[in-house]
Write a protein that binds this ligand. Structure first.
Ligand code: PGA
Length: 252
């Protein structure tokens, strides 16, 4: 059976000490199983300190962003090579908050995806429509365009994996997720686009489709019981060890 993914995106919500406390609690309470891959994505400043804390726990480390070059004169940016070096296996790319607040474009997202894959990081590509785009009935088109632009010319080696998270921008942090059946429709649209790029076997084995946006312990099961959704990218509900634990329990 394919693995489920629960990926915690802690955004800029916690201080460094709070992050370390949360990691300690999570490591004590949560035993990842063969069934579920658990990934925590603290802010950059906490990555180095979190890595040894989770080293023998089975929990994986992810960053919230990366740059598209491995080294050089790029003030303030963070190298995917260095992320790998300190123990990251995953990196979130193109989150709507970066697209929105920092004008991150599809072209930048594509370069980051490429750089992440070259460093054997699993890119977690976020795609999603705004409320305005949804109301103008262009949701599926927007999603297809984002996926196409993120993947143009991208090749996967035998080691590479890829995650695409469908995150409707307007439900992130709202407490109100979309209907699981609607998320499933969108992940099927994404899967359709993937067929233009990769063989079916690669899609089935190495590309994982997630939903994100107000996932909580009460709704996670229904999302993950949809045919093409194998995981959740979780913000708010991953900030307390007890609730995070409930998310994982809900899948058992
Ligand atoms: P949320 O955030 O779970 O708080 O809605 C999800 C995300 O932004 O990835």
């Amino acid at each position: 059976m394919a693995k489920n993914f629960i990926i915690a995106n802690w955004k800029m919500s916690l201080g460094h000490e709070q992050t370390l406390d949360l990691v300690d609690q999570i490591v004590q309470q949560i035993q990842p199983s063969d069934k579920t891959e658990i990934v925590v994505c603290p802010s950059f400043i906490s990555l180095v300190a979190v890595a040894p804390k989770i080293a023998n726990s089975g929990i994986k480390l992810g960053a919230q962003d990366c740059f598209w070059h491995d080294e050089g004169a790029f003030t303030g940016e963070v190298s995917p090579l260095n992320l790998k070096e300190i123990g990251c296996d995953y990196v979130i790319v193109g989150h709507s908050e970066r697209r929105g607040y920092l004008n991150e474009t599809d072209a930048m997202v594509r370069q980051k995806v490429k750089a992440a894959l070259e460093n054997n990081l699993v890119p977690i590509i976020c795609v999603g429509e705004t409320l305005e785009q949804r109301q103008s009935s262009s949701k599926d088109f927007i999603i297809m365009q984002q996926v196409n632009k993120a993947l143009a010319g991208i090749e996967l080696t035998a080691q590479n994996q890829l995650i695409i998270a469908y995150e409707p921008v307007w439900v992130i942090g709202s407490g109100q997720a979309v209907e699981p059946s609607e998320a499933e429709h969108t992940t099927q649209v994404i899967r359709q686009v993937l067929l233009d790029y990769f063989p079916l076997e690669v899609i089935n084995k190495r590309i994982h489709l997630l939903y994100g946006g107000s996932v909580n312990p009460l709704n996670i099961r229904e999302f993950l019981s949809q045919p093409t959704i194998v995981g959740a990218l979780v913000g708010g509900a991953s900030l307390e060890a007890k609730i995070f634990w409930q998310l994982i329990k809900a899948l058992e």
